[in-house]
Design a protein around this ligand. Structure first.
Ligand SMILES: [Zn+2]
Length: 256
């Protein structure tokens, strides 16, 4: 366990200075079986393995509430359910009183700036951290109005909301078009975020057509901060959901 953790986190990037020497193996005379792998060879030349540059998904802590990579869904409650992270006020565009984890805020400021430079509007946060109590209130409000089955499709049960991690935000562009509506995905801001959020450590957590995995319908406004290592790896691997990237079972509903 301890040994595994040593290699985890940022460890991969600080290993034997691989960052720039990404292709040292090619120097070896042996025509390494890159494409057609089926070469039955005992490989006596004990070259210390090519060392994967990408972070291994299993290297991240997806269980504890304090981890930037914690995965919370309908099958995985926040641990502990009332966990309250360290929070700061959102320093870029926001509704007022929005709180997030400091790592998210720093990344968001950079992303908003980049977005503004390209499309003329930045991000505007209208929802962010929610404590357990607040989530409980919201959820029971939905249940009272629509019944539990319907409520479960749009509101998370307390302990199961990603907003409790301080790592999730609901955004629009500063122009405010299509706020909290799926048409946001077709606005300039929504399209820019879908395309570029990963470059700033964010993912659109509930993509279109993947409710059977995430448990939620498309929410082009809900961004989750996971850190640049994970967002980049997801982008490169084409993993659309955290469940897929971390090899977790789909979470379409609360376990029966
Ligand atoms: Zn949200």
């Amino acid at each position: 366990m301890a040994a595994a953790l040593v290699l985890t986190g940022c460890g991969a990037a600080e290993e034997p200075a691989p960052s720039e020497t990404a292709t040292p193996v090619s120097a070896t005379p042996t025509p390494t079986p890159s494409a057609t792998a089926a070469v039955p060879e005992p490989t006596p030349t004990a070259t210390p393995t090519p060392a994967p540059i990408e972070p291994d998904a299993s290297a991240f802590d997806i269980d504890s509430g304090a981890s930037l990579q914690v995965v919370v869904n309908k099958r995985r409650p926040l641990q502990p359910p009332e966990y309250r992270p360290e929070l700061v006020a959102v320093s870029s565009g926001q509704e007022g009183g929005e709180l997030v984890r400091p790592e998210l805020d720093a990344a968001l400021a950079g992303m908003s700036q980049a977005m503004r430079a390209e499309i003329g509007e930045g991000t505007f946060v209208f929802s962010s951290y929610r404590g357990y109590e607040r989530q409980a209130e919201l959820y029971s409000g939905y249940v009272a109005r629509y019944g539990q089955a319907e409520a479960d499709t749009t509101s998370a049960r307390p302990g199961h909301s990603e907003h409790q991690t301080g790592l999730a935000i609901d955004v629009s562009g500063t122009g405010g078009a299509c706020r909290l509506a799926t048409c946001f995905g077709d606005t300039a801001a929504g399209r820019w975020l879908a395309e570029h959020a990963w470059q700033h450590g964010f993912v659109v957590r509930y993509p279109q057509g993947l409710e059977h995995i995430t448990g939620y319908e498309w929410e082009p406004w809900h961004l989750r901060y996971v850190g640049i290592e994970v967002s980049t790896a997801m982008h490169e691997e084409g993993a659309a959901t955290l469940e897929e990237f971390f090899g977790l079972e789909p979470a379409p509903d609360y376990a029966p």
